[in-house]
Design a protein around this ligand. Structure first.
Ligand code: NAP
Length: 251
């Protein structure tokens, strides 16, 4: 992919699932990768996988609900590799939800704090450094729940919000040479979904049967889109929520 080689990519939630695969794909395309996650073991594992493929990566323990840790994550990219060119703001949580009037406020706040405000904190730290460097490209992870009523109310609200941030950032920073897009995965075979599937096998089978592709997505199928969106091959793609869902939402 054009324009990724020798760049610097930061990936949140890089210790598992989709973020691990986008970290690996960035490294395969020749980028230096900062893998950020609350999961130290998972993050180090991603770095080991990249290094064993001959790539270059650094882990930084980062909770996206903590502004100082997010600032330190971006600083790591600067200290280790000289700056930041690409970001995949991907860390997130999902929970089965009640109907929206039945949430307690703490549950609601936690979901928004990680999935929506976490993305905003990352953007706030990344954008000034990209402006300094003359531009960059950022992909935020939303969901099919960001463009439809799939998913619980607090999750759907957080993921709709990620698309709003992506669109607004596009308008605010186009002149600075930064492109922003979002990926909207369907049901992807990651620990997040595997855990939910273990808790409710029948529900996962019902969901899978309703996907036109007839199977769950693989994290690599999201990661390929993330790296493409950051590459020069996607130079005119701006502010878009890219749905990658095996046909789930076209029905
Ligand atoms: P995953 O395998 O659970 O990976 C998410 C990673 O993010 C985990 O390592 C997790 O650590 C970490 N994380 C959680 N809270 C964090 C925080 N506050 N700060 C930093 N890292 C944090 O899930 P995934 O399926 O790859 O999901 C990645 C993203 O895709 C999420 O935003 C999710 O909402 C979105 N998504 C997933 C699907 C799907 O079907 N899998 C569909 C649509 C959208 P712990 O494991 O320690 O919590």
């Amino acid at each position: 992919m054009n324009g990724i080689q020798d760049g610097v990519a930061v990936v949140t939630g890089g210790g598992s699932g989709i973020g691990r695969q986008s970290s690996l794909r960035f490294a395969e395309a020749g980028a230096n990768v900062v893998v950020a996650d609350v999961d130290e073991e998972g993050g180090h594992r991603t770095v080991d996988l990249i290094e064993s493929n001959g790539g270059e990566a650094t882990f930084v323990e980062t909770d996206v609900t903590d502004s100082e840790e997010v600032a330190a994550m971006v600083q790591t990219a600067i200290d280790e590799y000289g700056g930041i060119d690409f970001a995949h703001n991907n860390a997130g949580i999902a929970e089965e939800g009640a109907r929206l009037a039945d949430y307690d406020e703490a549950e609601w706040d936690q979901m928004i704090d990680v999935n929506l405000k976490g993305v905003w904190r990352c953007l706030k730290a990344e954008i000034p450094e990209m402006i300094e460097r003359g531009g960059g490209a950022i992909v935020n992870t939303s969901s099919v729940a960001g463009v439809s009523a799939n998913g619980s109310a607090h999750y759907a609200a957080s993921k709709h919000g990620v698309i709003g941030l992506t669109r607004r950032a596009t308008v605010d920073y186009a002149d600075d040479g930064i492109r922003f897009n979002a990926v909207c995965p369907g049901v992807i075979d990651t620990p997040m979904v595997q855990q939910a599937g273990e808790d409710n096998t029948e529900e996962l089978e019902r969901i899978t049967a309703g996907i036109p592709a007839g199977r769950l997505g693989e994290p690599e199928e999201i990661a390929d889109a993330v790296v493409w969106l950051c590459s020069e091959d996607a130079s005119y793609v701006m502010g878009q929520p890219i749905i990658i869902d095996g046909g789930l939402l076209v029905q």
